[in-house]
Design a protein around this ligand. Structure first.
Ligand SMILES: CC(C)(COP(=O)(O)OP(=O)(O)OC[C@H]1O[C@@H](n2cnc3c(N)ncnc32)[C@H](O)[C@@H]1OP(=O)(O)O)[C@@H](O)C(=O)NCCC(=O)NCCS
Length: 263
């Protein structure tokens, strides 16, 4: 939704994304307001308050039972949201601690780009991982294909996806990272390993590759060097931290939620 002034200039804008969450396995249709902004000279006139009235009406029409948004701390409380879902908080780990071992020519695992035909494997792995968490965003095969093929190359939402596979081509893990460094940190956004496969060995392969990727990104941007892997987006609880003894969790932020029909 956009609001224009008399000359047709956009003065405030926002959108509503339909999502399906799962709470304890129960599917919940939800709406996600996004990209909220008001042109500087029009701020403080109630435009975003009006915008949210409209977005909430749309959300109700679409049958959403709740809304959620990540945004300015405390700001959205005035529109009926509470900072209820933990967001981020995973550790940051020096690359030197984990990726020094050189690649063995006959290493058991190798990493290659994830492609659309890996969607079924990724969806299965995702469903298994989801059992660890009370609240998840289920991703079926179609969504996985979208992750790989749906985002434009320039999209800020586009991540870089990898499969770790055995030498015979059997996939065993999905790994992703942001497409650029955050300062001297390569943000690792997914690390999920199939049942029965040793996480530590998979991590050894992935860490070596991720280090090379991070150093390549640092060279490309010419601004920085790679110092750490960041696991902020894996949250404060993840099996990788236990397997490798990662410590030093960060302070998480929160995702706001609004449940309009709470008594
Ligand atoms: C945050 C932003 C979207 C607010 O837009 P806006 O059109 O000025 O908001 P409104 O005028 O509708 O304000 C709604 C209420 O929030 C209050 N408010 C506005 N800016 C605020 C701020 N920075 N902190 C706290 N309260 C604020 C207003 O006083 C108003 O309350 P009231 O109705 O009780 O007087 C706008 O400042 C902006 O575009 N910022 C930059 C982009 C951004 O940060 N977007 C959000 C990303 S999550």
């Amino acid at each position: 939704m956009i609001v224009e002034d008399a000359s047709g200039r956009i003065v405030t804008a926002g959108m509503l994304v339909s999502q399906t969450l799962a709470f304890g396995g129960v599917r919940i249709p939800a709406g996600q307001p996004e990209l909220i902004g008001t042109r500087t000279e029009y701020r403080g006139r109630g435009l975003v308050r009006t915008l949210f009235d409209t977005l909430h009406a749309w959300s109700a029409e679409r049958g959403h039972l709740m809304q959620f948004i990540a945004g300015i701390p405390w700001f959205y409380r005035q529109f009926g949201y509470e900072m209820a879902i933990e967001r981020g908080g995973g550790p940051v780990i020096f690359v030197d601690a984990w990726s020094a071992a050189p690649a063995e020519p006959d290493a058991e695992f190798r990493m290659r780009p994830l492609v659309a035909s890996d969607a079924a494997f990724a969806a299965r792995l995702d469903a298994g991982a989801a059992r660890r968490y009370l609240l998840t965003v289920p991703r079926d095969e179609a969504l996985w294909r979208y992750e790989v093929e749906g985002h434009r190359a320039t999209s800020a939402l586009r991540q870089v996806w990898w499969i770790v596979e055995r030498r015979d081509g059997q996939p065993v893990a999905v790994v992703s990272h942001m497409k650029r460094l955050d300062g001297r940190v390569l943000p690792v956004t997914t690390f999920e390993v199939a049942g029965g496969v040793p996480w530590r060995t998979v991590w050894d392969t992935a860490a070596r590759e991720l280090r090379a990727i991070g150093e390549g990104l640092a060279d490309r941007d010419g601004k920085s060097t790679l110092r750490s892997f960041g696991f902020r987006w894996l949250g404060r609880q993840h099996p990788l931290y236990q397997v490798l003894g990662f410590t030093g969790l960060r302070r998480p932020t929160a995702i706001y939620t609004r449940v309009p029909d709470l008594p």
